[in-house]
Write a protein that binds this ligand. Structure first.
Ligand code: AMP
Length: 173
């Protein structure tokens, strides 16, 4: 499987100077989607996981089938104001702006080991914010997974201790 070919690249989105790596083209291609899920399963087959936390919105599409396959709970990290229950929240900076993520407190069981899943790691700020909430609740980060990594944005400075795994990395222009 040529994963690079399955990823749509959109220059100057959502603003000039950003090359957007669009994984919706993977979800539109069953062979590519199956490939990504099988690689995820392989990567974490020996990892002790109690649950998966997936990040809105493209992370949901990866986290859901993986959690179901592993028969572990799936918890959503959503943008501010979307979750109806009592939440824990964390604000952070993005490659292109500021954001707040929230998780239902009742879902984030203390003492459990969570794999955090998103589509792409740029600066690592998003995943760091979720890892912060996990630890704040007295739970543990078992790992971090994203399809794509942009190592030139130095995400390892923020999240190396959580052993981030990616399937493909891109360098900046
Ligand atoms: P960061 O917090 O900087 O690691 O940014 C990661 C989040 O922003 C992920 O949820 C990505 O979906 C999104 N993102 C950031 N940069 C890009 C990019 N160049 N292409 C696609 N998505 C991106």
């Amino acid at each position: 499987m040529d994963l690079d070919k399955a990823i749509r690249k959109v220059p100057d989105f959502p603003k000039p100077g950003i090359l957007f790596y669009d994984v919706t083209s993977i979800f539109a291609d069953p062979d590519a989607f199956k490939y990504v899920l099988s690689k995820m399963s392989e990567l974490y087959k020996d990892t002790d996981l109690d649950g998966v936390i997936c990040i809105e919105s493209r992370g949901f599409l990866l986290g859901a089938p993986f959690a179901l396959k592993r028969s572990v709970p799936l918890v959503l990290a959503r943008k501010s104001g979307k979750l109806p229950g009592d939440t824990i929240a964390k604000s952070y900076s993005l490659e292109y702006g500021e954001e707040i993520l929230e998780i239902h407190k009742a879902d984030l069981t203390p003492g459990k080991k969570w794999l955090i899943v998103d589509d792409l790691i740029a600066t690592g700020g998003t995943l760091e914010a979720v890892a912060y909430m996990v630890e704040q609740q007295g739970a543990e980060v078992a790992g971090i997974f994203s399809i794509i990594g942009l190592p030139f944005l130095s995400y390892k400075n923020k999240i190396a201790r959580y052993n981030p795994q990616t399937l493909i990395d891109y360098e900046g222009e």
